[in-house]
Design a protein around this ligand. Structure first.
Ligand SMILES: Nc1ncnc2c1ncn2[C@@H]1O[C@H](COP(=O)(O)OP(=O)(O)OP(=O)(O)O)[C@@H](O)[C@H]1O
Length: 625
């Protein structure tokens, strides 16, 4: 049995400075007690205010307003925090949702429930339309497009008088139960129920493969594509959910105040949600609720000096950004990670048994290449990066692609996996023409690990591996939202498999860490594990050995051998000649975009053309001779 020092930076374990299990238990109990207490107070709030105050409906209204704001902030969190999409459209989406309810309840005399459904639908459609026209926009440009869309929604509200009531807006939007108007108290519970639904949907989405796909796209569209995730689809879905949630908050806003007018959509009114999100903690589940809650308390405390509210909120945001840039919850989570790291930095023993989770490729037609490129030409302006390259990679082999710097190795891989459009030539996967989009190539069984580490740094090690399983997930986005039985079954199996894979690579005790906290070598290994998790038939590793310690190199070599035994084709682009020669069955050698040699390591070692190409790299010449 081999061991791998899995402490960060390869430093030995500092040992446990406190009882980690007891700490975890205590933390769970404290959080559970706190949650129950908060939920209890919220449920009993109308009774409490009724008992202690003559102005109960005012205090109920404050909490209901905060809950409506929290729903909108959850939507903003999904888009900006988990999706990495800067949305300036949220107050516009709230306005659109409010109009839908206003129109249905007042003009069509429909029920408030129908109004809410219409608002969710309108918010979803508007958000999806905006996303469709901005699919290729990067972060800032996306922000500008959503800003423009927000202005358009407001303007449509002002001009489309027959539906929106123009500048005056729609008033008299009151929820009814039967023939009676709903009491403020009953409406309070409706809002609370909606907040619970929004929170649970957010949590379910973020913890599912659907949410992981969005977070993967946030971190890197290229890597997400290598996992078989369509960036366009992932963004569309997430922004659609954001739109629906914002529409819901618009409906509740209109029902609570009884009116809706274009001012609701003004960006000034939307700023408070940004403050709440950053104060509570962006990309955290509970952050939006904490942030909005803190603001509600603050606004109430300074209500006698209401004219300073904007100033106070501005200063609060500034101070929060300087002192706790991750927000209250983000800062707490970061400190928690630090404690976990201290407690769990152990050397790991690699299991001898190969887990069943490591995929096996069966029923492969004899003599057909797993991945084949013929006559591949790729020019970048005047640079002939590839000039008629042929490469055949057979299943059940490790195939090395070597060559001096700039010889075209990474370009070849990008052409084979459709990250680059080729100028001429053909790419086939098991004899069939390769699909033309990178994520479809991954679906066809070819995945890659990039030369520069492309981990999803802001999520856990385990979540990285789970993201690699996206192509295998068969549950729908709706199944994920409501945690259907089939979703839960798959989720459980995936988590077990992911932990087994991590154990096989010596990373089991790091499963719950943020990926960013791993050492360089561990990150490289994790990338390979994540790629293996997608059960590929062809795995392409671009310089995976760079910066690995000898133990980590052994772990990587072991993994490659196991994959070969299980019938996969492993493609290795490497400068570490010892590693390549010891592992590969076959090699293709590139020089200036052309193949100068191919064959067994023995043949390549003795090739005059290879020796010639490597002149100027005496270390490699010596190795090859
Ligand atoms: N996106 C690009 N735009 C312009 N030129 C490029 C681009 N990508 C690669 N090239 C050029 O194509 C040639 C081959 O580059 P490539 O990165 O494929 O080589 P490599 O063999 O992988 O090198 P290394 O071992 O240093 O990673 C180089 O001359 C490089 O400058």
């Amino acid at each position: 049995m081999a061991t791998v020092d899995s402490s960060p930076g390869g430093v030995g374990s500092p040992g446990s400075v406190f009882d980690s299990a007891a700490y975890h238990r205590a933390r769970t109990v404290v959080l559970a007690v706190l949650s129950v207490a908060v939920i209890g107070v919220l449920l009993a709030w109308p009774a409490i205010t009724d008992y202690y105050s003559y102005n109960a409906s005012y205090y109920n209204g404050i909490v209901a307003s905060a809950a409506i704001s929290a729903i909108l902030t959850i939507s903003l969190n999904l888009s900006m925090g988990y999706g990495g999409m800067l949305s300036m459209l949220h107050s516009g989406l709230q306005l659109a949702g409010g109009y839908a309810t206003g129109y249905l309840v007042v003009k069509l005399s429909g029920s408030w429930l129908l109004g809410i459904a219409a608002s969710v639908a309108v918010g979803t459609v508007v958000a999806m339309l905006v996303l469709l026209v901005s699919l290729r926009a990067t972060y800032l440009y996306f922000g500008m497009i959503t800003l423009a869309a927000n202005l358009i929604v407001i303007e449509v509200g002002r001009e489309w008088e027959s539906v929106t009531g123009g500048i005056v807006g729609v008033s008299g939007i009151a929820p009814k139960l039967g023939d009676e108007f709903m009491s403020k108290q009953a409406f309070y519970y409706v809002v609370l129920a909606c907040l619970a639904v929004a929170y649970i949907l957010q949590r379910n989405l973020v913890r599912s493969g659907v949410g992981r796909a969005s977070m993967a796209v946030r971190e890197s569209s290229d890597t997400a594509s290598a996992m078989g995730i369509s960036p366009a689809r992932a963004k569309l879905l997430l922004f659609g959910v954001c739109g629906g949630t914002a529409g819901l908050s618009g409906a509740l806003y209109a029902l609570q105040l009884g009116f809706i007018n274009p001012d609701v959509g003004l960006l000034d009114n939307g700023i408070i949600f940004f403050v709440g999100l950053f104060l509570g903690g962006i990309s955290t589940l509970i952050g939006p609720l904490i942030g909005v809650g803190l603001i509600a308390v603050l606004v109430e405390l300074i209500k006698d000096q209401a004219r300073y509210t904007t100033l106070v909120l501005g200063v609060l945001l500034l101070v929060a950004m300087m002192v706790i840039p991750r927000g209250v919850v983000g800062t707490w989570k970061a400190s928690r990670m630090g404690r976990d790291r201290l407690a769990e930095a152990d050397d790991e023993t690699l299991p001898d048994e190969v887990p069943d989770v490591v995929p096996e490729v069966r029923d492969v037609p004899d003599g057909v290449a797993a991945l084949e490129g013929s006559g591949i030409v790729k020019h970048f302006g005047g640079v002939h990066a590839l000039d008629g390259v042929d490469v055949r990679i057979m299943p059940g082999t490790v195939h090395g692609i070597i060559g001096p710097n700039g010889s075209g190795k990474s370009t070849l891989v990008s052409c084979l996996t459709r990250y680059h459009q080729i100028d001429a030539g053909q790419v086939r996967i098991f004899g069939e023409e390769a699909p033309h989009a990178a994520h479809r190539v991954a679906h066809a069984g070819v995945t890659r690990v990039f030369q520069v580490p492309h981990l999803f740094e802001r999520v856990s090690v385990l979540d990285n591996v789970l993201t690699g399983m996206r192509t295998r997930e068969t549950y729908s986005w709706f199944g994920a939202l409501v945690r259907s039985p089939s979703y839960r079954r798959q989720d459980r199996t995936e988590r077990e498999e992911a932990r087994e894979l991590l154990a096989f690579a010596g990373l089991a005790s790091r499963a719950d860490w943020l990926a960013s906290s791993l050492s360089h070598g561990q990150k490289r290994l994790l990338e390979v594990v994540r790629a293996v998790a997608s059960r590929p038939k062809v795995l392409i590793l671009d310089e995976p050995a760079t910066g690995l310690t000898s133990d980590e190199l052994d772990a990587l070599g072991r993994l490659c051998r196991v994959l070969r035994e299980r019938g996969l084709a492993v493609v290795l682009i490497e400068h570490n000649v010892d590693f390549v020669m010891g592992l590969c069955d076959e090699l293709t050698v590139l020089e200036s975009g052309k193949v100068i040699e191919r064959g067994t390591p023995e043949k390549v070692r003795n090739s005059a053309a290879v020796l010639e190409a490597y002149l100027g790299r005496p270390d490699l010449v010596e190795e090859a001779s």
